[in-house]
Design a binder for this molecule. Structure first.
Ligand SMILES: [Cu+2]
Length: 188
């Protein structure tokens, strides 16, 4: 079968064609991985997406917290929790991690427990001084932005294509030691 006929029968378009391996073991192995950022299926319903607060600023302090000119300022009192601590979506859906303060989103694969994380593996934040960031790649399915490089208060949207119970931790070492973690349950 000619290459053009094969492509027509397989129903693949120019995008898939462009990603076809040109030969060589490494290229062929790459082609079996899911295509990053290429989901086009509609995902709807109440479990399509969820919001998780990743750290928080308190409205109950005395004197009241005032962050008016906080960009680049020393850290203010900040909560180190994920709210809700457990959230549920369905496969293909997203979790919108709304990050408040100096935090680092790390997501680990189905069944990972906090005790499985090797917190002795760390990387220094790009901009010093700042606490070390956990860098244990085993079973890690997502690593967020280096929080020393970007505005602390930000959003990271993470998509979960596969069912399972995922562990989400803060990679800022003292926060992880302080048990800053939660769970994302992904239904089929
Ligand atoms: Cu944190």
């Amino acid at each position: 079968m000619k290459r053009r006929e094969f492509i027509a029968k397989a129903g693949v378009g120019s995008v898939a064609l462009a990603s076809m391996p040109l030969g060589g073991g490494e290229a062929a192995a790459e082609s079996t991985k899911p295509q990053a950022g290429h989901q086009h299926e509609a995902v709807n319903g109440p479990l399509a997406t969820a919001t998780v607060s990743f750290g928080e600023w308190s409205a109950g302090l005395e004197p009241a917290l005032d962050r008016f000119s906080d960009l680049g300022a020393p850290a203010k009192p900040n909560g180190h929790t994920l709210i809700p601590n457990e959230t549920t979506i369905k496969a293909g859906g997203t979790v919108n991690f709304v990050i408040a303060g100096f935090h680092h989103v790390l997501v680990y694969g189905d069944g990972t427990q906090p005790a499985d994380i090797d917190a002795t593996l760390t990387v220094a934040p790009t901009n010093q001084p700042a606490p070390p960031l956990i860098n244990d790649p085993a079973n890690r399915v997502y690593r967020g932005l280096d929080p020393s490089m970007f505005p602390q208060d930000r959003v990271e949207v993470v998509q979960f294509p596969n069912p399972g119970t995922y562990l989400v931790v803060c990679g800022v070492l003292p926060h992880f030691i302080d048990k800053m973690w939660g769970w994302v349950k992904v239904n089929p």
